[in-house]
Ligand binder design. Structure first.
Ligand code: ZN
Length: 149
């Protein structure tokens, strides 16, 4: 599976890529050389809104045209032939790019809203930022959006 780095202007695309299971780092820096070094070391593809940067490193850096997040995400999916599979969805923390772990329901009792605790059975946690995930209405919304790709 491809791995990515998104630059400062493509944070939203990064979140979408993680949602569909692609390991994506977010680098908000002017030090382009850091992006290049990381991409080379970790075999990552860099996505940017900086045309010049892309033309300077045509094998590593790709300019993304779209003007809104979902358009840009769509462009990346098409360009790299990314797979959207149910079993890969919601496996990576959309905020910090860490693989999620399942967590027992009892352990999240005081960490999620009461109505969520009462109505959901399965939870996962990001061990880095401690965010708890569950199958909620937003997942339905995301699946609908992905159908329209
Ligand atoms: Zn996280």
């Amino acid at each position: 599976m491809e791995k990515f780095i998104v630059d400062g202007m493509l944070g939203g695309v990064g979140r979408w890529l993680r949602i569909i299971g692609y390991d994506t780092l977010y680098f908000n820096t002017n030090k382009k050389i850091e992006l290049i070094r990381t991409a080379e070391k970790e075999k990552r593809i860099i996505l940017t809104k900086d045309k010049k940067f892309a033309s300077n490193f045509p094998k590593l850096v790709f300019y993304i045209e779209g003007n809104n997040t979902f358009q840009q995400f769509k462009e990346v999916v098409k360009k790299f032939g990314l797979q959207i599979k149910e079993e890969n969805l919601f496996k990576i923390c959309s905020i910090c790019n860490t693989y999620l772990e399942e967590i027992e329901k009892e352990k999240v009792k005081n960490l999620v809203p009461e109505y969520v605790y009462k109505t959901k059975e399965e939870f996962s946690i990001c061990r880095k930022c401690n965010k708890i995930y569950w199958e909620g209405d937003h997942c339905k919304y995301i699946r609908e959006k992905l159908k329209n790709l």
